[in-house]
Design a protein around this ligand. Structure first.
Ligand code: 5GP
Length: 208
């Protein structure tokens, strides 16, 4: 069977719990590599260069674009975010499943450039729950919460473009479900063209 890794794009509403989900997926299963994006936004408290993001100036980021060093990039709330190409290609080649946690414009670019990529959209079970999670953080002002909910409206418009909708009810179940989806994806006939051709060639020999 094909032993190249699968490139999975994970997007979802702010407040859908993607961060926790990715962290748990990587802890629980050892076939995953999480791509670290480049960005021009300033590091938040506790974030480190090379761990959460590669933090760059606008000029440095534009240099990465001109060198074609990013598979995709997008502008999100006045900052650039992009996926470094070399890490993703190396990891896939080595048979690792690579996860990109990126927003929807980037996801659409990946789908266009790499049609075999798997696109997963993470959502809380209901909009009431999304509202509760955003409010429940307790750290945001009413305005910030209202802005995020308004953005959820825009993000929801693209949900139908994804291959799978993943409901994040409880983290453990959701992580296992995501893993099952990716494991099943490895068995897709279109990902195993060489294996199929090989079996066909060998069985052909039995025909009279
Ligand atoms: P934050 O600033 O909160 O870390 O991220 C803001 C948004 O940018 C999130 O939706 C995140 O998924 C997205 N993002 C992070 N890295 C990338 C990337 O490399 N490309 C794209 N298109 N979006 C990204």
């Amino acid at each position: 069977m094909d032993n190249r890794g699968i490139l999975t794009v994970v997007s979802g509403f702010s407040g859908a719990g993607k961060g926790t989900l990715m962290k748990r997926l990587l802890e629980k299963y050892d076939t995953y590599s999480l791509s670290i994006s480049a960005t021009t936004r300033a590091p938040r408290e506790g974030e480190e260069h090379g761990r959460e993001y590669f933090f760059h100036s606008k000029e440095e980021f534009e240099e990465l674009i001109s060198q074609d060093a990013l598979i995709e990039y997008a502008q999100y709330v006045e900052n650039y975010y992009g996926t470094p190409r070399s890490y993703v290609e190396e990891q896939l080649q080595a048979g690792r499943n690579v996860i990109l946690e990126i927003e929807i414009q980037g996801a659409m670019k990946i789908k266009e450039k790499i049609p075999e990529a798997l696109l997963v959209f993470v959502t809380p079970p209901t909009v009431e729950e999304l509202e509760r999670r955003l409010t429940g953080r307790g750290t945001e002002t009413a305005q910030v919460i209202a802005d995020r909910l308004a953005r959820a409206g825009e993000e929801a418009e693209g949900m139908g473009q994804y291959d799978y909708i993943l409901v994040n009810d409880t983290v453990e179940e959701c992580v296992d479900h995501l893993h099952q989806i990716i494991v099943s994806e490895h068995s897709r006939a279109s990902r195993n063209a060489e294996f199929i051709a090989d079996i066909q060639k060998q069985t052909k020999a039995f025909q009279k």
